[in-house]
Design a protein around this ligand. Sequence first.
Ligand code: EPZ
Length: 429
Amino acid sequence: MEKLVIHGGNRLTGEVEISGAKNAAVAIIPAALLAQDVCRFENIPNISDVITMLRILSSMGAQVRYLNKHTVEIDTKHITSYIVPHEMTRKLRASYYLIGALLGRFNRAKVSLPGGCNFGVRPIDLHIKGFEMLGATVSVENAMINATADYLTGSPIYMDKVSVGATINIMLSAVKARGLTIIENAAKEPHIVDLANFLNAMGADVRGAGTDVIKIHGVQNLHGCTYSIIPDQIEAGTYMVAAAATGGDVLIKNVIPKHLESITAKLQECGVKVEEYDDAVRVVSTGSFRRCNIKTMPHPGFPTDMQPQMSVLLTVANGTSLVSEGVWDNRFRYVDQLIRMGANIQVDGTIAVFQGVSALTGAPVRADDLRAGAAMIIAGLMAHGTTEIENVIYIDRGYEDYVEKLRDLGADIYRKEFTDDTPQSGAVG
Ligand code: EPZ
């Protein structure tokens, strides 16, 4: 098993290249099932969640070929099975996108429910409601979701709550349905738009992605194409905060600055300088921060997936900051780890109060989930002394080559082997 060791205090400086977006890739790869053809993906992030998704497709009979580290060709012509067993889905929350994609292709899907939860209840009732609105019969037996239809028919679908996953799953199942599907109160995240662009590149007719009404005219056939995944908004935001937290000066390249606006705005509010270029942002920081309040919300609000990282900055901001989590019920578990490092934080339900302290001190901590892990890294980089982070597998799921990227920016961080008999729970995204 591995842990991360960080000797804090180094200023991050230089340039870092952002990889393709995890949450776009894990939606777009299953969408390739809809084409019965060869799709080539560029800018694929080399992270364990993507590798797991590719393994699932491969185990179902797809031919998956890496042309280089970030380009993958997937041929789904010979897939005949619509069943995905538990050993395949347990490690990857996003495996539920296979339900929409298989339903879209075969009018049938039998997919094991994805693994457990790590920040509160994560229901999929909205996904199921969407499939049913399109004419599928859905049952859950022995932790398998079984969805079947003679054929799918387009329908208006109102989402009771804004859900990224349900919006994506409905898009996947509706692109080949008969007639028009209208998703109202749809999620607007950049990866929803990326999926729509990919589906359209395959011959689909999806309009309105990025607004809260998405219209999908079903088409009979989709064809293969070459598609480049968008840069990862959250990876970029994480490096922005890391640069700021260490009083650094970093040019973050291969980004879409528009996707980063809510993060840029909060950093600026804290007194950090952010310069925007066509496909890069530069973060320049003095290392001292004004307090600010954050409320996470669906896009274009401040992303919940940046909440733990940005909160680390607030542990040393001048004064009291309030962080309100508006998406998940239980996304403050990481706070206990920051308190071990000297932070002054009180949590009441979905609100956390950060009373700024002068500095954090290195300590042994753990990554409770992917973004909590990223937050621990940032805390370790800005702390005095040494921080050791366990549960590195969570971080490996979503950040490509982060140790190398951070070392290139001047961080003192490395992986270290250790033995631990404590079982680690399955990772989910
Ligand atoms: C996606 O999860 C992301 N995962 C998450 O990123 C991210 O935190 C989340 O969207 C919100 O932005 C992927 O894209 C793979 P939701 P998802 O459905 O789709 C409730 C990361 O760190 N809800 O938008 O599962 C739900 O409980 C990960 O990269 C229902 O009530 O999130 C939550 O409160 C972690 N019923 C809210 O909606 C449903 O059927 C938003 O969830 C579905 C969701």
